[in-house]
Design a protein around this ligand. Structure first.
Ligand code: TXA
Ligand code: MG
Length: 320
């Protein structure tokens, strides 16, 4: 467990413009002082992000978020009901928003989130400023849900890794933007659409999807054109009903086909929450077998299954 003195040390690194990897309830984040352009630049360098994807600013709560972003009534209701939690809200920046332009890729909007994790909360609090953090993996790789994943991907590039065990959620946050006609999902994630609809007081039909491959509002893409992302080294074969020789099997549910090679079952009981929590670690583990292909069994397209399938489709998409 992370001690408070470690958190203070990590906060010093942040304040000095260095990178710290820290756990959140969704995945591990690669954190930097959101107000420092040079610290933010280190993130892009460490992740080897091909372009300046905008980052999520992590705050302790709605009050701190209100310094960065202008809240409409619906977004405020969501923040009040769900934060701290796995929801990121995209909002117009305040005039006095202290976050570096590089972190928001020069957009007039900013993505904010209050994570529901003791260590993340204490780190932001101790740093005394918002912390921008993408998932702590090399760009395009599977997201990191343990400190070991972070070490494997970013080892020498971070000043400190706060190791507090596996992230309980396992999927990145759900990203939304509120509009006149309801909510638009920019990325499905750890908070399901049903929960969102209930909390927002709107029907699930008032929750729209723009584009799953890029959240900055490009035209919708069909699954075949999805940008490769969350990709292991191995190829990924979707909707597999069996695994072929030379493949690893990413299984789900009680009915698993016979297979002589490696198998990881995301949830033998068919529980989507359990599957979400295990997804990235399982992909990394199967990838480490060195086999050429991961055969992924079908996951139901409901609740957290929507986000799991999104990640699997991207992992299976043609690589650049
Ligand atoms: O659970 C999470 O969200 C994790 C933990 C560490 O908090 N973070 C995470 O960050 O997944 P990242 O950088 O891997 O994904 C952030 C996403 C990107 O797809 C980015 O395009 C989108 O948020 N985003 C950030 N700012 C945005 C904005 N102003 N408008 C639209 N999308 C934005
Ligand atoms: Mg990411």
């Amino acid at each position: 467990m992370v001690s408070y003195s470690e958190i203070l040390q990590a906060a010093e690194h942040i304040r000095a413009g260095r990178l710290v990897a820290f756990p959140t309830e969704t995945v591990y984040g690669l954190g930097a002082d959101a107000t420092s352009p040079s610290a933010v630049a280190l993130i892009y360098e460490a992740k080897a992000r091909p372009r300046f994807n905008p980052l999520i600013a992590h705050v302790t709560d709605l009050t701190m978020a209100s310094d960065l972003a202008v809240f409409d009534a619906l977004s405020r209701r969501l923040g009040e009901a769900i934060w701290p939690g796995p929801l990121t809200i995209v909002l117009p920046k305040t005039v006095s928003c202290p976050v570096a332009d590089l972190a928001t890729a020069g957009l007039a909007t900013i993505a904010v989130r209050a994570p529901d994790h003791r260590v993340a909360q204490a780190l932001v609090e101790a740093a005394g400023r918002p912390i921008v953090a993408p998932s702590a993996n090399r760009s395009g790789h599977v997201s990191a849900t343990t400190a070991d994943h972070v070490r494997a991907d970013l080892g020498g590039r971070v000043s400190m890794i706060l190791d507090d065990g596996p992230s309980p959620g396992g999927l990145e946050s759900t990203i939304v933007r509120a509009g006149d006609d309801g909510l638009t999902i920019l990325r499905d994630g750890g908070l399901s659409r049903e929960v969102l609809a209930e909390v927002a007081g709107i029907p699930v039909s008032a929750i729209h999807t723009v584009d799953r491959s890029n959240s900055i509002g490009r035209a919708p893409t069909s699954p075949g054109q999805l940008e490769s992302h969350y990709a292991p080294q191995a190829a990924v074969r979707l909707n597999a009903m069996e695994a072929r020789p030379g493949e690893a099997l990413l299984a789900f549910g009680p009915d698993v086909p016979d297979h002589s090679g490696p198998i990881i079952n995301l949830s033998p009981s068919g529980d989507l929450r359990e599957a979400a929590a295990r997804l990235f670690a399982a992909m990394r583990e199967l990838d480490a077998t060195g086999l050429q292909c991961i055969a992924a069994m079908p996951i139901p397209e409901r609740s957290l299954g929507i986000a799991i399938n999104d990640r699997l489709r991207r992992a299976a998409a043609p690589r650049h």
